[in-house]
Design a protein around this ligand. Structure first.
Ligand SMILES: Cc1cc2nc3c(=O)[nH]c(=O)nc-3n(C[C@H](O)[C@H](O)[C@H](O)COP(=O)(O)O)c2cc1C
Ligand code: SF4
Ligand code: SF4
Length: 361
């Protein structure tokens, strides 16, 4: 019997649903299927398998960071056949179906696996309802019911191609790889963390702690019956979508204040560095050292390094101590109400039908 393992991450259950379909299809054809959900502290198995399937939701044209870290930890293979599925976010816009876009996500995962000697022969997309409630109003019931069968059909086709060992690899093109790779890198490094920091539980939060218990990377801690988001968020959007009170919002005031503080401080730091660094380097030394330090190449290098350090420091400042100060203020009920103001109050919430966070798929 051929042994297959499916490794997957999911935020709101679309990927879990896809895995369920693949697993059922493969089992019906006599495959021995293991399924592993990637959450914090779960490591890849050392055991050897004939085949691997990797499935993930596309987050900002990338696989989730936790998924990539997991894949980097996979043992070196002896050439096991491997297939990769990217589950994207699809919507209806003015009555037209707009399929999600995967960018370089599949190729990036393929590269990680190839370096470990996995024989990636198949990569494909599946279109499921968009769950990015922070940015767009998720599809309503009618649209969800229209999109879901499309995704299911693509997943079934993926499973068939996998069993036929059909060689078909998704390519997005060099230009798209470049821009989507750059945005994906920024998202993985700072974007996902920053977006996690704009969540607040508004005055409707009853302290049930479901959000904290459900977070796949344990990025939420409960304190005095209120959730607090740390800096390790994957931005999978599970918490905002799962809260039974629809109490989790992207705080409008927090977003604006942090944006103003962050941008203001960064502009101020850049101007100060550009003004003072040349003066300081030229004035502090004499003779040949002065000639070297006041050279334009040296000054430019010093300015770039200092601006990079300052940008990191300012991000830390706004997302750690300044954020902690705002959170402290939120203990005052009126202030929490104010910070809970958000466009997301009017947005729907989305979870894949039938998805059970505890059971996975
Ligand atoms: C932060 C974030 C970024 C996303 N970026 C993309 C994207 O670049 N392209 C896309 O097609 N869908 C994108 N989506 C939508 C999800 O990939 C999509 O809804 C997926 O089906 C969710 O799967 P899950 O339910 O298994 O988490 C994004 C969702 C989130 C939360
Ligand atoms: S799930 Fe909602 S109601 Fe429950 S603790 Fe989290 S924010 Fe509050
Ligand atoms: S905090 Fe919310 S969005 Fe971030 S990883 Fe946890 S469940 Fe996902």
């Amino acid at each position: 019997m051929k042994k297959v393992i499916i490794h997957y991450f999911t935020g709101t259950g679309n990927t879990a649903h896809s895995v369920k379909i693949i697993s059922a299809k493969l089992q019906a054809k006599g495959y021995d299927v293991d399924v592993r959900q990637v959450i914090k502290d779960v490591l890849p198995p050392e055991e050897s398998y004939d085949y691997h399937i990797v499935a993930f939701p596309v987050l900002s044209w990338s696989a989730p960071v936790i998924m990539k870290r997991y894949l980097h930890r996979m043992p070196v293979s002896n050439g096991a056949g491997t297939a990769v599925l990217a589950v994207n976010g699809t919507i209806f816009h003015k009555g037209n179906l707009v399929k999600g876009y995967t960018g370089q996500a599949l190729e990036q995962v393929e590269n990680i696996l190839r370096k470990k000697n996995y024989n990636v022969f198949l990569s494909a997309n599946a279109s499921f309802p968009d769950n990015w409630t922070q940015a767009t109003n998720p599809p309503d019931k009618k649209d969800t019911e229209a999109i879901f069968p499309l995704g299911e059909a693509e997943v079934l086709c993926f499973a068939e191609n996998f069993m036929d060992e059909k060689r078909e690899l998704y390519r997005c093109g060099r230009f798209n790889r470049m821009w989507s790779g750059s945005i994906a890198a920024l998202f993985g490094f700072i974007g996902r963390r920053a977006l996690g920091k704009f969540y607040v539980a508004d005055e409707n939060c009853n302290g049930c702690s479901l959000c904290a218990k459900s977070c796949p990377v344990h990025a939420i801690k409960m304190s005095h019956k209120k959730p607090h988001w740390n800096f390790s968020c994957e931005d999978c959007n599970r918490c905002i979508n799962i809260c039974p009170e629809r109490s989790i919002q992207v705080s409008g005031p927090l977003l604006i204040m942090q944006l103003v503080i962050n941008t203001g401080l960064i502009i101020w730091a850049i101007l100060a560095i550009l003004k003072y660094v040349p003066l300081w380097l030229a004035g502090e030394t004499s003779g040949w050292l002065n000639t070297l330090l006041s050279g334009s190449a040296f000054i430019l290098t010093a300015e770039i390094i200092l601006i990079t350090i300052a940008t990191f420091f300012i991000h830390w400042l706004s997302f750690v101590p300044i954020d902690a100060f705002f959170r402290l203020l939120m203990w005052i009920p009126g202030v929490r109400r104010y910070f809970g103001r958000s466009y997301t109050k009017n947005y729907r919430r989305y979870m894949a039908p039938g998805f059970n966070v505890k059971q996975g798929c």
